[in-house]
Each structure stands twice: as C-alpha cells, then as structure tokens.
Design a protein around this ligand. Structure first.
Ligand code: NAD
Ligand code: ZN
Length: 357
C-alpha cells in the first residue's frame, strides 16, 4: 500500500508492505538518475540483523555505510560529527543521498545529517521499528543536547519512506511496546473507531499477526499525515501529536535513556494526561478499562518509584513547547478531540503527587 504525504514543502510516498525495501533500486533509478553516492546510516543492531538484505537491493550502487551506536547514543553531537566526517571523507556531494536504515533514533540522526550536509541533500527512510511509523513521517529530524532531547534539529522531509514490514519481525518485545504506544496515541487523539478496534483486537503484543501489524501502522501513518498536512512546522494542530509526551520526555530523561523506551515513557505520560483530561475537561473515558488493557499489553502505567517530582517538573518546564511558568499539556475533550491546556506549576506538582498515589 502507498500513502501519499503532503506538506507545504514537499509531497512524498510512504510505501508499506512486506518486501517494500526491494523497491529502492527502481525508485532510485527513476527519481535520481544522476545519483553520485548513497550514504547509509544505520545502527549496530540493525546492521548485524538486516544490512546484508538491504545491500542486495542496492547492488551496483556501492553505498558507504555509517554505523551509529544503538538508541539515543546515535543522537549525540559526537556521532553527528563523525557521520559528517565520513560523508566528507567519502566525497559525498549535493547529488548524493542519505539512506536512513533503522528506528527513530537513526532516522532522526540521518535526517539531520541530510538536512545540514552541504545545506541539505536528499534522504530516504527505510524504517525498521514500529515506532518509526511515527518518526519517519513528517520531517522532524534532530539530535539531542545534554540539556534537552531533540533540541538541535530541523524540519526536513524525506524523498520517500520505504517501510518493509519483514524487518519488524526481529523486534524485541520492548520495542514492539514502544511503537504500539504511538499507535494508541494516534487513535486517542484522532479516531474513536480505531481506538475501539485496537482495544477489541490487540490483546497480546507477542502474537501480533502481520495483518494486525500492517493495519495498525497504516492507520497510524494516515492519522499522522493529517496533522502534518495541516501544520508542517508545528505552529498549531501538529502539537497535538505530543499527547503524553510532556511527561513522557521528562520520564525518559530522568530515568536515563535505555531503561524505558520512548513509547513506554509516553504511555505513562498518556495515562497522566487522560487523568488530567477527566479531572479538568470532564472527559468521559473508562480509565480503569484502559489501564487494565495496557497493563495486559505489558506497559507500566504509573511513575517509576523514586523519581523526584521536582526534577520531573523542572524537566517539563524546560520542554521547548512550554512558555513561562505554566506548562502546556495536550489533553482530550473526548477521544479524537485534543485540546491545548496551560497548567500552572503549582497545580501540576499537586497533580503529579496524586498521580503517584
Ligand atoms: P531506535 O532507533 O533507538 O530503535 C530502538 C531499538 O531497536 C534500537 O536498539 C535499535 O537498534 C533496535 N532495532 C531497530 N530496528 C530493529 C529490528 N528490526 N530488529 C531488532 N531491533 C531493532 O528508536 P525508536 O524506538 O524506533 O525511536 C525512538 C526515537 O525516535 C527517539 O529518539 C525519539 O525521539 C524519536 N522520535 C522521533 C519522532 C519524529 O517525529 N522525528 C517521533 C517519535 C520519536
Ligand atoms: Zn513519540
């Protein structure tokens, strides 16, 4: 299946299916007849599991491969610098192309390399995680600063996304959960019917069928597409995609990346945001049923013990979506109807305290 993404700066296709990566060769031949070099950016795990298969589809191009460390360690200044050095040493030029091969971390790094190398060269995404149904679409690319996640980045759309679902078969449980959290997020902020479908059909993340996986990912991408089409640069509705992320990012940062996956942290953030929505906006929602369901799926639903609430609060106020002393949260008026809500620091600390009970 092909989903066309439209943004103000560019339109491009997301090709999804088992074997989609085999389309790379024909795609490049058609769209990049003058291509000088392919620069693959991947990570150690994805390289050892799947790189050979990808290289088969790139026979004849003789790509340069840059292998980053796994997870958030890929998104550091040092790794970014190394990647650019490798690109220069190998004489990439403006007719070269960056190919991102991995999950969201690799995608964010690759995209930022592509956006900044020689003021921008084309890039394509070959995602290998479920989470990447979110991160590979929409053109937000970034690396981290020690003071904050994703603080250095750009809006830079890929030329195409080739989403080969066969790569997902090697994902560990934690990464499946991480990706599914964003699928559930997409349902909650946009589509009651899809949310009901998920709750009816997804009961065990260890035994997902290819049909369930592909349906969930395609739905998720179509929802993300709507927000990105209306607001590429996140001046308005796109911010709704941050549902669960204000607290989620703070948890991730406080726990140290690696203990919690992105999606697992965001899920706790969503439970918190749902509670706030019920209390502050009168959202009618069966929270207990939700919590039972996601706990069955293996998610944590509460803050990890011994996290300092003060520090979480400080982290949240450093979030780049916040202004001044109050913190902006995405809440829900109903499933499918998000709303921005400013919450003052004092109120928030109280709410966090009662969240822990
Ligand atoms: P990731 O790239 O760190 O992948 C997660 C882990 O899974 C890594 O250890 C990786 O090596 C491993 N992995 C990847 N593919 C695999 C496969 N097929 N089989 C086995 N293991 C595999 O990150 P992620 O979880 O995909 O994404 C998280 C990152 O995405 C975060 O840095 C987050 O900030 C970013 N993100 C960006 C956006 C955006 O719009 N740009 C949106 C959401 C998240
Ligand atoms: Zn996210």
């Amino acid at each position: 299946e092909t989903i066309r993404i439209h943004t103000e700066s560019k339109s491009y296709d997301v090709l999804i299916g088992e074997g989609a990566s085999k389309e790379i060769g024909p795609f490049l031949t058609k769209h990049f007849p003058d291509l000088t070099k392919i620069f693959i950016i991947t990570d150690e795990t994805v390289a050892s599991l799947h790189l050979e298969k990808l290289l088969v589809s790139l026979k004849g191009w003789n790509p340069v491969v840059f292998t980053a460390p796994v997870g958030e360690k890929a998104k550091t200044f040092e790794v970014y610098y190394e990647a650019l050095s490798r690109a220069l040493e190998n004489r990439l030029d403006r007719k070269s192309l960056v190919l991102s091969f991995g999950g969201g971390a690799v995608g964010d790094l690759s995209g930022f390399v592509a956006a900044s190398f020689m003021r921008g060269i084309p890039f394509i995404q070959v995602p290998t995680t479920i989470l990447a149904h979110d991160s590979a679409v929409g053109g937000k690319v970034a690396i981290n600063h020690p003071l904050g996640k994703n603080m250095i980045g750009a809006f830079y759309q890929p030329e195409a996304v080739l989403y080969d679902l066969t790569f997902l078969k090697s994902l560990p449980k934690q990464e499946i959960r991480s990706g599914f959290a964003e699928v559930i997020k997409h349902a909650l902020i946009y589509d009651q019917a899809f949310y009901d479908w998920l709750q009816m059909n997804i009961d065990n993340l260890d035994s997902l069928t290819m049909e369930q996986l592909s349906y969930s990912i395609i739905k998720g991408i179509k929802i993300k597409k709507e927000f990105v089409a209306k607001d590429e640069r996140e001046t308005g509705v796109r911010a709704y995609l941050n549902f669960g992320h204000t607290l989620g990012h703070a948890i991730e940062a406080e726990m140290g990346y690696g203990n919690f996956t992105h999606g697992e942290a965001v899920m706790i953030g969503m439970v918190f945001a749902l509670k706030l929505s019920i209390g502050m906006l009168g959202l009618s929602f069966d929270l207990n049923k939700f919590i039972e369901w996601i706990e069955r799926l293996g998610f944590e639903t509460n803050l990890p013990p011994d996290l300092s609430l003060e520090r979480l609060h400080t982290r949240m106020s450093q979030d780049k979506k916040s202004f001044g002393s109050s913190i902006r949260f995405v809440l829900l008026e109903s499933v499918g109807k998000p709303k921005m809500q400013e919450i003052s620091g004092d109120v928030l600390v109280d709410k966090l305290k009662s969240f822990c009970l």
